[in-house]
Design a protein around this ligand. Sequence first.
Ligand code: NI
Length: 257
Amino acid sequence: MLIDAHAHLDDEAFDADRGSVMQKIEEAGIMVINAGSDIETSEFSVELSQKHDFIYACIGIHPHEAAKAGGNYIETLRQMAECEKVVAIGEIGLDYHYDFCDRNAQKKVFLEQLELAKELDLPVVVHDREAHQDTLEILKKSGIKKGLMHCYSASLEMAEEFMKLGFYFSFGGTITFKNARRPKETASNLPLDRILLETDCPYLSPEPYRGKRNDPTKIKIIASALAGLRGLPVEDIKQATASNARSLFKLPQANNC
Ligand code: NI
């Protein structure tokens, strides 16, 4: 069993052929944690999880959307989280690379959602782009005890700090890119019991599909890349990362895993 810990199957890139993409995922026996980015895509994420056994949902407001969160978004998310297939609050965090949204608004919405996750005893899925120090400080301040640093891009030293807070790390297509020295280094050296695999589809297709639309079936390529980096059989990588995803998101145990 392979688990794609971070995908956006709600994205409009799948509007034309979502049905056949879903079928291929099911045929490949892949489980997907689908992350919302705002209220609408979070609702869509929950809907997909209701329609398909192999989909679980994360709900949350992405830092790009923080300014549009609205007055009662926390209450809306709280109600949405009542669905048992909602397994995390995400993706949430900080993005200082694009800075699409005022940094203070990003921080406020991030912290409010961390507090909600703590209240609901759910893990969080964190987007941290060029905002490592502030992300760490806000996580510490919130008292959150479990989560995933998705598409982890900070250093190995910093990973130690996130691990102290009970965090896991997921890696995707970037570990197949020639020039991605840092993700390769962290993916090679972090303890295997802290690592998950993700596609972040429709973005970040692994080589040799870089630049094309990504989808969860490409998680196999990412599993092989990680196996290569760590010098382990791909079967060990599949089992370890699936077991890590199951324990973080409290997914039911599958018979075939
Ligand atoms: Ni994402």
